[in-house]
Design a protein around this ligand. Structure first.
Ligand code: ADQ
Length: 463
């Protein structure tokens, strides 16, 4: 931590890892980059459950300038808070999927009580001079709980996923309480202007708030700054990964297997928000409508399993495996398998090599806060032979990457057309588009996400 700098205290459901290898999950990747650079305390869940009354002391691991402190949850808390409210109510709702959202008061209670207990355990570890930065949809109430425990310092909140329009959000039984709780933060950050407008719209229309200068909103006696802070990646670091021996080994292996065929890749947690079913159908349509690609392209989808305890995710996996089998059955020849799906994780270096071997990367979520894969793909490309990014109009990353081929992921024809265009794109166009995207990833607003957010938090309340 630089001298005179306030200590950063980050709070998120999962803590770590801090090393380069990362896990499948955008929040860990974004936050560990930030903490490695600045140092501080990272607080959250241990990943373990134990019985109430026998909770272990908080565990702390120190790595360099960063302390990571974690606490346990009970089985019931995990069920109600994490699988229940966070991932069966809030996740689908905020991704505009009312059809998949379940609401019940037991999980709402568990959610609030976990927020309260985490705040109570964090309160003795922090001081009013710290900058407390709370992350994501697991902890909407944590700031207001910290305030109730008497904390007077600055607390910021960043939402990594979309904030849906008020028309959808009001379906949540506790929508008013939740947004009122968010007003306890000094700064509330969103990935895109759309998300910010949706939140502000809710404050104005549902809570009778008013807009003030400087992206601030007043509701009753609370003033909060609601602003946009698109998250980025450590682009120079990722570019270095892409030329590491481990990356090259994976790149060469894929190139060798592909031979003369062009490689298409997708890399996503297996989640219904990522539009994988629609993407597979788009690939099938490519082979149907542009038969010259048969035997000439291969599609590798890396999709590590996520939240596999939830029905919607089990169903998705079944559907994807069935669809991949159907596409292979329909088009494969003795020496060609059109589509391959892998559910294992890779190191970040290995992933960088996979991106670099690809001519086309498909990033086609139905809704996504940002999508870091899109940025990683751009950073990993070989400047002498860059690949093409096909990007959903519903990914937050779209705002910064207009030079990708932008598609409507719901339209099978649109995805197939964009794929065909990407596969046949002349070198000059590929190069021009990639350079523009590289500039955005390395030097655009998201390249200093952490500093931008913390700067805003530090200056909040100062006119
Ligand atoms: P995610 O929904 O997890 O993140 P994304 O932003 O694409 O989505 O991040 C995924 C991360 O996991 C990437 O860094 C990727 O490299 C990594 N990853 C994917 N598959 C992997 C594998 N098989 N092995 C190892 N690593 C893998 C949430 C929001 C996003 C938002 C981020 C950050 O849903 O919209 O961009 O947080 O704010």
């Amino acid at each position: 931590m630089a001298e005179g700098q306030r200590r950063l205290v980050a709070v998120s459901n999962r803590v770590g890892p801090l090393n380069d290898e990362g896990k499948a999950g955008g929040l860990a990747v974004g936050l560990s980059d930030a903490l490695r650079r600045r140092g501080g305390l990272w607080f959250g869940w241990s990943g373990e459950t134990s019985d109430e009354g026998t909770f272990k002391e908080a565990q702390t691991q120190v790595q360099g300038e960063v302390s990571m402190t974690t606490i346990d949850m009970t089985e019931e808390e995990l069920e109600g808070f994490y699988y229940g409210y966070a991932n069966r109510s809030l996740w689908p709702l905020l991704h505009y999927r009312l059809d998949l959202a379940h609401f019940d008061r037991q999980s709402e209670r568990a959610y609030r009580s976990v927020n309260q207990r985490f705040a109570a355990r964090l309160a003795p570890l922090i001081e009013d001079e710290d900058l407390v930065w709370v992350h994501d949809y697991h902890f909407f109430f944590l700031g207001s709980e910290l305030r109730q425990s008497g904390f007077k310092g600055k607390i910021g909140f960043f939402l990594h996923i979309p904030f849906c329009p008020p028309e959808i959000f009001t379906a949540l039984p506790a929508s008013h309480d939740l947004v009122r709780a968010m007003l306890a933060y000094d700064v509330v950050g969103f990935q895109t202007d759309t998300d910010r407008r949706n939140f502000v719209g809710f404050c104005l229309r549902e809570l009778g708030g008013e807009k003030l200068e400087g992206h601030r909103v007043r509701v009753g006696d609370r003033v909060v700054r609601a602003d946009t802070f698109p998250i980025g990646i450590d682009a120079p670091g990722f570019e270095r990964f892409a030329v590491s021996p481990e990356a090259s080994e994976h790149e060469e292996m894929l190139r060798e297997i592909a031979g003369d065929r062009l490689q298409i890749v997708g890399v996503d947690r297996m989640d219904y928000s990522k539009g994988l079913v629609e993407r597979f159908r788009g690939f099938e349509r490519l082979l149907e409508d542009y038969p010259e690609n048969r035997g000439k392209v291969q599609f590798l989808q890396v999709a590590p399993l996520s939240r596999s305890e939830l029905d919607a995710y089990v169903e998705l996996r079944r559907e994807l495996e069935e669809l991949a089998g159907h596409i292979n059955g329909r088009f494969a020849t003795l020496d060609w398998t059109p589509i391959q799906i892998m559910t294992r994780g890779f190191t970040r270096r290995a992933l960088a090599g996979i991106y670099r071997a690809a001519r086309v990367c498909l990033v086609t979520p139905l809704r996504d806060g940002m999508n870091l894969v899109a940025k990683e793909f751009v950073a990993a490309q070989d400047p002498d032979d860059p690949g093409v990014l096909v990007l959903s109009r519903f990914a937050g990353a779209r705002a910064e990457l207009p030079d990708a081929l932008i598609v409507n992921p719901y339209s099978t024809d649109d995805v197939a057309r964009a794929l065909q265009r990407a596969l046949t794109m002349p070198f000059d166009e590929r190069d021009r588009r990639w350079r523009a995207m590289r500039e955005a990833v390395f030097a655009g607003p998201s390249s200093n996400w952490c500093d931008a957010f913390l700067g805003a938090l530090e200056n909040s309340g100062v006119d």
